[in-house]
Ligand binder design. Structure first.
Ligand code: ZN
Ligand code: ZN
Length: 327
């Protein structure tokens, strides 16, 4: 039950209040070019200004919210994770990053820091510490329990340009904003075989199969929400698709050879192949080499669909709720 897509939206100009009917597919080619017919101002906030009126429920994927509620309803799970695992895990994570990665700031890789602050300001998150790790695999993560910390790999910076990096940072900060990080960290512990840590804390009960499956399933759903945050951060559908194409394969000197439109077709085909059988979900996750961001191609389908809903335009127009009229 994803939100229905529409062919056109009617948006009220923030400046002159004129109503504008906007065809969705043409708008998505370049959101920057969506202008008010009366005063010529840009109708959508796509130039990095903070989305100050953004609410979690505006962009949290319904599948994510529903699955997270179920996880939170598991007796003790939340309390146990936060109280027992929480502070120790945060200390371990922080020490590991402080002792093994480069802490980014105004004096350290300032361009990356600027992108980070821009992403945080855009989607309204108090930015946690940011670290850069030496790792050829392009990746990013938010980890911890209570005090999240964000990391990006050198491999990501090698093959992604600044708009893509901005989007990826917005993606991670969305995980932070929507309260995903503790549960995502638990999944990571399960997947990387760090079960012994759970035993130490008497959390073996959490590792029973049904709970694991629920966690894995939600983990994928949480990606769909974070991808929405990624889309909002850059305000560019092209950047979103290109980022996922690069993360799936290619990039660098092969980028000129690669075709965004063909990749979009592939993403829709991937969705058609999806089977709701929960076993398949788990297998998909496990077969993706314990990547912290599984199924980057499949997720493009869902990002594209959301970009065709009134909700997406409503957020960017900044006139919610009464500014957006019936499509
Ligand atoms: Zn206007
Ligand atoms: Zn993610």
């Amino acid at each position: 039950m994803s939100e229905p897509t529409v062919d056109a939206v009617t948006l009220r100009c923030r400046f002159c209040k004129a109503k504008n009917r906007v065809p969705v597919s043409r708008a998505l080619e370049d959101l920057n070019k969506v202008r008010c017919g009366s005063c010529g101002s840009g109708l959508l906030r796509v130039n990095g200004e903070p989305l100050t009126d953004l609410k979690d429920e505006d962009f949290s994927h319904p599948w994510d919210a529903a699955a997270l509620d179920k996880l939170k309803a598991i007796p003790m799970a939340d309390t146990v994770i936060n109280k027992l695992l929480g502070s120790t895990l945060d200390k371990l994570t922080h020490f590991n990053l402080m002792a093994g990665a480069v802490r980014i700031g105004p004096e350290q890789a300032p361009r990356l820091w600027k992108l980070y602050l821009a992403a945080a300001g855009r989607i309204g998150v108090d930015p946690p510490p940011l670290f850069l790790l030496q790792d050829p695999r392009p990746n990013a993560f938010a980890m911890g329990a209570g005090s999240p910390q964000v990391g990006v790999t050198s491999g990501l910076l090698e093959i992604a340009d600044d708009p893509c990096i901005l989007g990826v940072l917005g993606h991670e900060l969305t995980h932070v904003r929507l309260g995903h990080v503790t549960y995502r960290t638990l999944v990571w512990l399960l997947l990387t075989g760090a079960l012994k840590i759970l035993d130490l804390f008497g959390l073996a009960a959490l590792v029973i199969k049904p709970i694991q499956i629920a966690l894995y399933r939600w983990y994928q759903m949480s990606e769909l929400s974070a991808d929405r945050g990624e889309l909002l951060t850059t305000g560019s559908l092209e950047t979103f698709v290109r980022t996922h194409m690069i993360l799936s394969g290619g990039g660098g000197r092969w980028l000129p050879e690669m075709n965004v439109a063909a990749f979009i077709d592939q993403a829709h085909e991937a969705e058609a192949l999806r089977d709701n059988d929960i076993i398949l979900w788990v297998m998909e996750l496990l077969s993706s080499n314990q990547r912290t961001h599984p199924l980057p191609v499949w997720r493009v389908h869902h990002g594209l669909k959301w970009a065709q809903t009134p909700a997406f335009f409503e957020i960017l127009a900044g006139t919610a709720p009464e500014g957006l009229l019936e499509a």
